[in-house]
Design a protein around this ligand. Structure first.
Ligand code: PRP
Ligand code: URA
Length: 209
């Protein structure tokens, strides 16, 4: 069973609270989502393998470490996942970015796929699937299915806010996926919105409310 990592770092919690605030406008919302994503990336990349190298300092030789050539891929679920890409790639600028377009049908709450473009070698990459909201889990689970169908072997899911229902579905459908979240909220409402959540992440990011 994949693990659920809830990131309780004070900076993440402080910024997440500003993101939740209904009075936070799109500009600040976008900036804060990027910052929280960067802070989360720091922890998500914790298990990157290192190799030992020698480095010459102005004072002589020193033992050092470098990331051991791991290939990474960031895959945002469109639209709202786009808000997390810059934060995730800032620390690892060589990561390739794939995109999966899914929207949730407002009536059935089922995910509908409309776009996908992935790096050709995703089977060799450690993939980080990003989407601010894990609500029913339908979108994330469908995205993981799609990535696996295309050959992905290693996938982590990173979201800002998860609902217990979404975690349960992803764990039921994919027992090999670790989930990273800044918060696990109480529940979903009857329209599949996370309570208390932050509202509609895509609309708040892009000002389409
Ligand atoms: C939101 C969110 C997730 C999905 C979560 O996207 O960004 O992708 O809903 O819900 P689920 O866990 O119940 O599937 P939405 O469908 O609103 O599309 P958007 O990002 O284009 O606004
Ligand atoms: N999608 C969102 O953007 N917000 C929610 O609370 C649930 C799904």
């Amino acid at each position: 069973m994949g693990k659920v990592h809830v990131m309780d770092h004070p900076l993440i919690q402080h910024k997440l609270t500003l993101i939740r605030d209904k009075n936070t406008g799109s500009k600040e919302f976008r900036e804060m989502v990027e910052e929280v994503s960067l802070l989360m990336a720091y922890e998500v990349y914790r298990d990157l393998p290192l190799k030992e190298i020698e480095v010459e300092t102005p004072m002589g030789k020193a033992k050092g470490y470098t990331i051991a050539g791991k290939k990474l891929g960031i895959v945002p679920i469109l639209r709202a996942g786009l808000g997390m890409v810059d934060g995730m790639t800032k620390l690892v600028p060589t990561a390739k970015v794939g995109h999966i377009g899914l929207y949730r049908d407002p009536d059935t709450m089922e995910p509908v796929e409309y776009y996908a473009k992935l790096p050709p070698d995703i089977h060799e990459r450690d993939l980080i699937l990003v989407d601010p909201m894990l609500a029913t889990g339908g979108s994330a689970s469908a995205a993981v299915h799609y990535l696996k169908k295309k050959g992905a072997k290693s996938i982590k899911l990173v979201c800002l806010i998860a609902a217990p229902e979404g975690i349960e579905l992803v764990q039921k459908d994919h027992d090999d996926i670790d989930i990273f979240a800044a918060a696990v909220d109480e529940r979903l409402n009857s329209r599949g919105y996370i309570i208390p959540g932050l509202g509609d992440a895509g609309d708040r990011l892009f000002g389409t409310r």
